[in-house]
Design a protein around this ligand. Structure first.
Ligand code: GUN
Length: 313
Protein backbone atom coordinates (compact mmCIF):
# COMPACT_ATOMS: atom_id res chain seq x y z
CA UNK A 1 0.00 0.00 0.00
CA UNK A 2 1.48 3.36 -0.94
CA UNK A 3 -1.18 5.78 0.13
CA UNK A 4 0.48 9.14 -0.17
CA UNK A 5 -2.75 10.80 -1.31
CA UNK A 6 -4.31 11.38 2.14
CA UNK A 7 -1.19 12.90 3.55
CA UNK A 8 -0.53 16.62 3.72
CA UNK A 9 2.72 18.39 4.48
CA UNK A 10 2.16 21.60 6.47
CA UNK A 11 4.49 24.37 5.34
CA UNK A 12 7.51 25.00 7.52
CA UNK A 13 7.37 21.65 9.28
CA UNK A 14 9.12 18.38 8.75
CA UNK A 15 6.39 15.94 9.70
CA UNK A 16 3.73 14.81 7.29
CA UNK A 17 0.20 14.66 8.71
CA UNK A 18 -1.61 11.33 8.47
CA UNK A 19 -5.22 12.22 7.72
CA UNK A 20 -7.28 9.74 9.77
CA UNK A 21 -10.53 11.38 8.75
CA UNK A 22 -9.87 10.75 5.07
CA UNK A 23 -8.64 7.21 5.75
CA UNK A 24 -11.74 6.49 7.83
CA UNK A 25 -13.98 7.82 5.06
CA UNK A 26 -12.39 5.35 2.64
CA UNK A 27 -12.83 2.45 5.08
CA UNK A 28 -16.45 3.51 5.75
CA UNK A 29 -17.08 3.50 1.98
CA UNK A 30 -15.61 0.01 1.66
CA UNK A 31 -17.74 -1.16 4.59
CA UNK A 32 -20.84 0.31 2.94
CA UNK A 33 -20.09 -1.46 -0.33
CA UNK A 34 -19.53 -4.71 1.58
CA UNK A 35 -22.74 -4.25 3.57
CA UNK A 36 -24.79 -3.82 0.40
CA UNK A 37 -23.25 -6.95 -1.14
CA UNK A 38 -23.73 -8.96 2.04
CA UNK A 39 -27.32 -7.81 2.51
CA UNK A 40 -28.21 -9.43 -0.83
CA UNK A 41 -26.85 -12.77 0.37
CA UNK A 42 -28.31 -12.53 3.90
CA UNK A 43 -31.69 -11.13 2.93
CA UNK A 44 -31.21 -8.42 5.58
CA UNK A 45 -28.70 -5.73 6.48
CA UNK A 46 -25.80 -6.58 8.84
CA UNK A 47 -26.77 -5.41 12.34
CA UNK A 48 -24.80 -3.86 15.20
CA UNK A 49 -26.25 -3.66 18.73
CA UNK A 50 -24.78 -0.96 20.96
CA UNK A 51 -25.34 -1.01 24.71
CA UNK A 52 -24.97 2.27 26.61
CA UNK A 53 -25.34 2.22 30.40
CA UNK A 54 -25.67 5.52 32.26
CA UNK A 55 -25.25 9.11 31.14
CA UNK A 56 -21.50 9.61 30.63
CA UNK A 57 -21.40 12.58 28.20
CA UNK A 58 -18.36 11.39 26.23
CA UNK A 59 -19.87 7.89 25.87
CA UNK A 60 -23.13 9.41 24.64
CA UNK A 61 -21.25 11.28 21.90
CA UNK A 62 -19.26 8.16 20.91
CA UNK A 63 -22.40 6.01 20.76
CA UNK A 64 -24.28 8.61 18.71
CA UNK A 65 -21.40 8.68 16.22
CA UNK A 66 -21.21 4.88 16.07
CA UNK A 67 -24.92 4.64 15.30
CA UNK A 68 -24.81 7.42 12.70
CA UNK A 69 -21.89 5.88 10.84
CA UNK A 70 -23.33 2.34 11.07
CA UNK A 71 -26.49 3.53 9.39
CA UNK A 72 -24.57 5.55 6.77
CA UNK A 73 -22.75 2.30 5.94
CA UNK A 74 -26.10 0.58 5.16
CA UNK A 75 -26.09 -1.50 8.32
CA UNK A 76 -28.83 -1.65 10.95
CA UNK A 77 -28.06 -0.34 14.41
CA UNK A 78 -29.89 -1.13 17.61
CA UNK A 79 -29.31 1.13 20.56
CA UNK A 80 -29.97 -0.26 24.05
CA UNK A 81 -29.86 2.38 26.76
CA UNK A 82 -29.94 1.38 30.38
CA UNK A 83 -29.94 3.63 33.47
CA UNK A 84 -26.81 3.81 35.63
CA UNK A 85 -28.86 2.19 38.42
CA UNK A 86 -29.29 -1.05 36.43
CA UNK A 87 -28.11 -4.26 38.12
CA UNK A 88 -25.28 -6.44 36.88
CA UNK A 89 -27.79 -9.26 36.24
CA UNK A 90 -29.97 -7.00 34.09
CA UNK A 91 -26.99 -6.02 31.90
CA UNK A 92 -25.96 -9.68 31.61
CA UNK A 93 -29.54 -10.61 30.68
CA UNK A 94 -29.51 -8.04 27.86
CA UNK A 95 -26.19 -9.37 26.55
CA UNK A 96 -27.64 -12.92 26.66
CA UNK A 97 -30.68 -11.78 24.66
CA UNK A 98 -28.45 -10.12 22.05
CA UNK A 99 -26.24 -13.23 21.88
CA UNK A 100 -29.33 -15.33 21.17
CA UNK A 101 -30.81 -12.95 18.59
CA UNK A 102 -29.99 -14.37 15.15
CA UNK A 103 -30.45 -10.94 13.54
CA UNK A 104 -27.74 -9.29 15.66
CA UNK A 105 -24.25 -9.69 14.14
CA UNK A 106 -22.20 -7.45 16.42
CA UNK A 107 -22.51 -6.42 20.08
CA UNK A 108 -20.67 -3.46 21.57
CA UNK A 109 -20.96 -2.50 25.24
CA UNK A 110 -19.71 1.07 25.53
CA UNK A 111 -17.01 1.47 28.19
CA UNK A 112 -16.50 2.60 30.87
CA UNK A 113 -19.51 1.15 32.68
CA UNK A 114 -20.85 3.06 35.71
CA UNK A 115 -19.36 2.26 39.12
CA UNK A 116 -20.81 -0.90 40.63
CA UNK A 117 -20.91 -2.83 37.34
CA UNK A 118 -18.20 -5.34 36.51
CA UNK A 119 -17.11 -4.43 32.97
CA UNK A 120 -14.95 -7.54 32.63
CA UNK A 121 -17.83 -9.88 33.42
CA UNK A 122 -20.16 -8.03 31.05
CA UNK A 123 -17.69 -7.98 28.16
CA UNK A 124 -16.74 -11.62 28.67
CA UNK A 125 -20.43 -12.57 28.41
CA UNK A 126 -20.50 -11.45 24.75
CA UNK A 127 -20.57 -14.27 22.18
CA UNK A 128 -17.06 -14.17 20.60
CA UNK A 129 -18.69 -14.51 17.15
CA UNK A 130 -20.37 -11.12 17.80
CA UNK A 131 -17.46 -9.50 19.68
CA UNK A 132 -16.88 -6.56 17.32
CA UNK A 133 -14.77 -4.82 19.99
CA UNK A 134 -12.38 -7.78 20.04
CA UNK A 135 -12.27 -7.73 23.84
CA UNK A 136 -13.43 -11.21 24.88
CA UNK A 137 -10.90 -13.78 26.07
CA UNK A 138 -11.56 -15.78 22.89
CA UNK A 139 -10.79 -12.79 20.64
CA UNK A 140 -7.70 -11.85 22.67
CA UNK A 141 -6.53 -15.48 22.56
CA UNK A 142 -7.01 -15.61 18.78
CA UNK A 143 -4.92 -12.44 18.46
CA UNK A 144 -2.10 -13.97 20.55
CA UNK A 145 -2.23 -17.13 18.42
CA UNK A 146 -2.41 -15.22 15.14
CA UNK A 147 -5.64 -17.15 14.48
CA UNK A 148 -8.68 -15.64 12.72
CA UNK A 149 -10.80 -13.50 15.00
CA UNK A 150 -12.17 -10.02 15.56
CA UNK A 151 -9.47 -7.50 16.49
CA UNK A 152 -9.90 -4.45 18.78
CA UNK A 153 -10.89 -1.39 16.75
CA UNK A 154 -8.58 1.41 17.93
CA UNK A 155 -5.36 -0.66 17.68
CA UNK A 156 -6.45 -1.89 14.24
CA UNK A 157 -6.85 1.74 13.25
CA UNK A 158 -3.30 2.46 14.49
CA UNK A 159 -1.83 -0.30 12.32
CA UNK A 160 -3.93 0.81 9.37
CA UNK A 161 -2.63 4.38 9.62
CA UNK A 162 0.99 3.26 10.10
CA UNK A 163 0.63 1.23 6.88
CA UNK A 164 -0.83 4.24 5.11
CA UNK A 165 2.24 6.26 6.03
CA UNK A 166 4.96 3.63 5.68
CA UNK A 167 3.62 0.83 3.50
CA UNK A 168 5.38 -2.34 4.66
CA UNK A 169 5.87 -2.46 8.44
CA UNK A 170 8.04 -5.59 8.59
CA UNK A 171 11.22 -5.19 10.65
CA UNK A 172 10.38 -1.76 12.01
CA UNK A 173 10.67 -1.11 15.74
CA UNK A 174 7.28 -0.21 17.22
CA UNK A 175 7.26 1.20 20.75
CA UNK A 176 3.78 1.23 22.29
CA UNK A 177 3.33 3.40 25.39
CA UNK A 178 0.40 2.19 27.49
CA UNK A 179 -0.74 -1.32 28.39
CA UNK A 180 -4.53 -1.03 28.49
CA UNK A 181 -6.71 -3.93 27.36
CA UNK A 182 -8.53 -1.60 24.94
CA UNK A 183 -5.44 -0.19 23.18
CA UNK A 184 -1.86 -0.81 24.36
CA UNK A 185 -1.75 -4.59 24.74
CA UNK A 186 -3.64 -5.41 21.53
CA UNK A 187 -1.72 -2.72 19.61
CA UNK A 188 1.56 -4.40 20.60
CA UNK A 189 0.24 -7.76 19.37
CA UNK A 190 -1.09 -6.32 16.11
CA UNK A 191 2.24 -4.64 15.30
CA UNK A 192 3.93 -7.95 16.13
CA UNK A 193 1.54 -9.67 13.74
CA UNK A 194 2.71 -7.14 11.13
CA UNK A 195 6.28 -8.40 11.72
CA UNK A 196 7.42 -5.35 13.68
CA UNK A 197 9.87 -5.64 16.56
CA UNK A 198 7.69 -4.50 19.46
CA UNK A 199 8.43 -2.92 22.82
CA UNK A 200 5.47 -2.43 25.16
CA UNK A 201 6.25 0.40 27.58
CA UNK A 202 4.20 1.76 30.48
CA UNK A 203 4.29 4.01 33.52
CA UNK A 204 6.91 1.86 35.29
CA UNK A 205 9.26 1.65 32.30
CA UNK A 206 12.71 3.04 33.11
CA UNK A 207 13.98 5.96 31.03
CA UNK A 208 10.93 6.05 28.82
CA UNK A 209 12.17 8.99 26.70
CA UNK A 210 15.33 7.10 25.71
CA UNK A 211 13.31 3.99 24.87
CA UNK A 212 10.76 5.97 22.87
CA UNK A 213 13.63 7.57 20.90
CA UNK A 214 14.48 4.12 19.52
CA UNK A 215 11.07 3.78 17.87
CA UNK A 216 10.50 3.79 14.13
CA UNK A 217 6.80 3.76 15.03
CA UNK A 218 5.82 5.39 18.32
CA UNK A 219 2.30 4.67 19.55
CA UNK A 220 1.28 6.96 22.41
CA UNK A 221 -1.64 5.48 24.34
CA UNK A 222 -1.01 6.54 27.91
CA UNK A 223 -3.92 8.97 28.33
CA UNK A 224 -1.64 11.78 29.56
CA UNK A 225 -1.89 15.05 27.66
CA UNK A 226 1.33 16.15 25.98
CA UNK A 227 3.41 13.47 27.71
CA UNK A 228 5.50 12.62 24.66
CA UNK A 229 7.89 15.52 24.19
CA UNK A 230 9.94 16.37 21.15
CA UNK A 231 13.00 14.77 22.77
CA UNK A 232 11.14 11.41 22.89
CA UNK A 233 10.96 11.17 19.10
CA UNK A 234 13.62 9.86 16.75
CA UNK A 235 13.99 12.17 13.75
CA UNK A 236 11.79 10.85 10.95
CA UNK A 237 9.78 8.47 13.20
CA UNK A 238 6.09 7.78 12.60
CA UNK A 239 4.06 8.97 15.59
CA UNK A 240 0.59 7.52 16.20
CA UNK A 241 -1.17 9.53 18.90
CA UNK A 242 -4.07 7.64 20.49
CA UNK A 243 -4.65 10.18 23.27
CA UNK A 244 -7.94 12.07 23.39
CA UNK A 245 -7.62 14.43 26.36
CA UNK A 246 -9.86 17.41 27.03
CA UNK A 247 -7.84 20.23 28.56
CA UNK A 248 -9.03 23.63 29.76
CA UNK A 249 -7.50 26.76 28.27
CA UNK A 250 -6.76 29.92 30.30
CA UNK A 251 -9.91 31.60 28.94
CA UNK A 252 -12.19 28.83 30.28
CA UNK A 253 -12.61 27.17 26.87
CA UNK A 254 -11.53 23.57 26.40
CA UNK A 255 -9.91 21.67 23.54
CA UNK A 256 -8.87 18.15 22.66
CA UNK A 257 -5.19 17.27 22.76
CA UNK A 258 -3.32 14.01 22.32
CA UNK A 259 -0.60 12.36 24.40
CA UNK A 260 2.04 13.96 22.16
CA UNK A 261 3.34 17.52 22.24
CA UNK A 262 2.06 18.01 18.69
CA UNK A 263 3.76 21.32 17.86
CA UNK A 264 7.10 20.02 19.08
CA UNK A 265 6.68 16.68 17.31
CA UNK A 266 5.96 18.38 13.98
CA UNK A 267 9.59 19.50 13.87
CA UNK A 268 11.01 16.02 14.43
CA UNK A 269 8.64 13.27 13.33
CA UNK A 270 8.45 11.95 9.78
CA UNK A 271 4.71 11.28 9.96
CA UNK A 272 2.24 12.13 12.71
CA UNK A 273 -1.47 11.68 13.39
CA UNK A 274 -3.21 14.88 14.54
CA UNK A 275 -5.70 15.04 17.44
CA UNK A 276 -8.50 15.32 16.59
CA UNK A 277 -8.66 13.81 13.10
CA UNK A 278 -6.06 11.04 13.41
CA UNK A 279 -6.70 7.75 15.18
CA UNK A 280 -10.12 8.82 16.54
CA UNK A 281 -12.15 8.45 13.32
CA UNK A 282 -10.49 5.10 12.57
CA UNK A 283 -12.00 3.40 15.63
CA UNK A 284 -15.53 3.52 14.23
CA UNK A 285 -14.29 2.67 10.72
CA UNK A 286 -12.77 -0.55 12.05
CA UNK A 287 -15.94 -1.24 14.06
CA UNK A 288 -17.91 -1.15 10.81
CA UNK A 289 -15.51 -3.56 9.13
CA UNK A 290 -15.65 -5.86 12.17
CA UNK A 291 -19.46 -5.82 12.10
CA UNK A 292 -19.36 -6.78 8.45
CA UNK A 293 -16.77 -9.50 9.14
CA UNK A 294 -18.90 -10.88 11.99
CA UNK A 295 -22.02 -10.92 9.79
CA UNK A 296 -20.16 -12.70 6.98
CA UNK A 297 -18.49 -15.25 9.25
CA UNK A 298 -21.71 -16.08 11.09
CA UNK A 299 -23.36 -16.80 7.74
CA UNK A 300 -20.39 -18.86 6.52
CA UNK A 301 -19.61 -16.31 3.79
CA UNK A 302 -16.36 -14.59 2.85
CA UNK A 303 -16.02 -10.93 3.79
CA UNK A 304 -16.56 -9.08 0.48
CA UNK A 305 -13.78 -7.00 -1.11
CA UNK A 306 -12.76 -4.21 -0.76
CA UNK A 307 -13.70 -4.43 2.96
CA UNK A 308 -11.62 -7.59 3.41
CA UNK A 309 -8.49 -5.61 2.50
CA UNK A 310 -9.22 -3.17 5.34
CA UNK A 311 -8.67 -5.80 8.04
CA UNK A 312 -5.27 -5.43 9.61
CA UNK A 313 -4.65 -9.10 10.42
N1 GUN B 1 -14.77 3.42 25.14
C1 GUN B 1 -13.76 4.09 24.58
N2 GUN B 1 -13.30 3.42 23.50
C2 GUN B 1 -14.04 2.30 23.40
C3 GUN B 1 -14.04 1.20 22.49
O1 GUN B 1 -13.24 1.11 21.55
N3 GUN B 1 -14.96 0.25 22.74
C4 GUN B 1 -15.84 0.31 23.77
N4 GUN B 1 -16.71 -0.68 23.93
N5 GUN B 1 -15.86 1.31 24.63
C5 GUN B 1 -14.97 2.29 24.44
Amino acid sequence: MTAMDPILRPSGSRAVLIDGKAAAARVDAAAREGALALAERLGRKPCLAVVLVGEDPASQVYVRNKIRRTESAEMTSREHRLPASVSQDEVLALVARLNADAHVDGILVQLPLPAGLDATRVVQAIDPAKDVDGLTAASAGALVLGAPGLRPCTPSGCVYLAREALGELSGRHAVVIGRSILVGKPAALLFLQADCTVTLAHSRTRDLPALARQADILVAAAGRPGMVGVDWIKPGATVIDVGINRVDGPDGSSRLVGDVDFEGALATAGYITPVPGGVGPMTIAMLLVNTLAAAARRAGLDLPEPAARMLTS
